[in-house]
Design a protein around this ligand. Structure first.
Ligand SMILES: O=C(O)c1ccccc1NCC(=O)[C@H](O)[C@H](O)COP(=O)(O)O
Length: 256
């Protein structure tokens, strides 16, 4: 499933590439104002920080929320105290798009993550051209050469890579890159099984000084407290925010 999702994302990029030549995307990326400092926004503090996600649907859960106005939802997240916003830009399974990201960019002053199956430099340039400040790299979907190439390009463009892992071996590969922002996704992207305890089992492997992100499976403040007790600096939350009251839920999560 993961490789099918990755292949689809790359295919979508190639379709857009025909519509929008590389030189044009490069030019659009270069004229954007500099990316916001996501490492500063997500810096460990006395309270847990939240990356709030714009998520319409997913392979594991199907349709979640209509989200006719992603900019309005992003403004609610900002008002509710989120530290960054994740925008799913994959269209086929998640119902997202780069248009969503551009709309969110125009609406908020928070760092924005392009959450997608990034496999090509073109997609990284697209992210910057749309106004992203962070780009997700999923270790399971990339070999070490690809990871290095994409990681370095994200940095070169002034953005921050969020390097996502799901095992000790993947965490070690993220650490070897020199990643400063590393996530452990509780969701196995092939089986969709959730394991909230995975973060805790891997927490000791994060290199000193990295920002530790617990991704997925936050349904309640208790889940946030569980991740926080295990050492998370940041939680990334999608479904609970798009299916509930985002401001009330953020307030409960930030009170942990
Ligand atoms: O959410 C899915 O079903 C999914 C399936 C396959 C690959 C990725 C998937 N989700 C992306 C994410 O990692 C989550 O959207 C994100 O961590 C938020 O998770 P949640 O709070 O559980 O919605």
């Amino acid at each position: 499933m993961l490789s099918e999702l990755t292949a689809n994302a790359v295919a979508d990029s190639l379709v857009r590439r025909e519509a929008r030549p590389l030189a044009e995307v490069e030019a659009a990326a270069l004229v954007r104002p500099p990316a916001l400092d996501a490492l500063e926004a997500l810096r460990p503090s006395s309270h847990v920080k939240v990356i709030a996600e714009i998520k319409r649907s997913s392979p594991s859960r199907g349709a979640l929320a209509t989200i006719g106005d992603p900019a309005a939802l992003a403004r609610s997240y900002e008002l509710g105290g989120a530290s960054a916003i994740s925008v799913l830009t994959e269209g086929r399974k998640f119902g997202g798009s780069l248009d969503d990201l551009e709309a969110v960019r125009a609406a908020v002053a928070l760092p924005i993550l392009r959450k997608d199956f990034i496999a090509t430099p073109y997609q990284v340039l697209e992210a910057r051209a749309a106004g992203a400040d962070l780009v997700l790299l999923i270790v399971a979907a990339l070999d070490d050469r690809e990871l290095r190439e994409l990681y370095d390009l994200i940095i070169e463009l002034g953005m921050t890579p969020l390097v996502e892992t799901h095992s000790a071996e993947e965490l070690d590969r993220a650490a070897a890159l020199g990643a400063r922002l590393i996530g452990v996704n509780a969701r196995d992207l092939s089986t969709f099984e959730l394991d909230r305890d995975l973060f805790g089992r891997l927490a000791a492997r994060f290199p000193a000084g990295t920002i530790r992100v617990a991704e997925s499976a936050v349904k309640s403040a208790d889940d946030v407290a569980h991740y926080r007790a295990a050492g998370a600096d940041v939680v990334l939350v999608g479904e609970a925010l798009v299916t509930g009251d985002p401001i009330a839920n953020l307030s409960a999560f930030l009170a942990v």
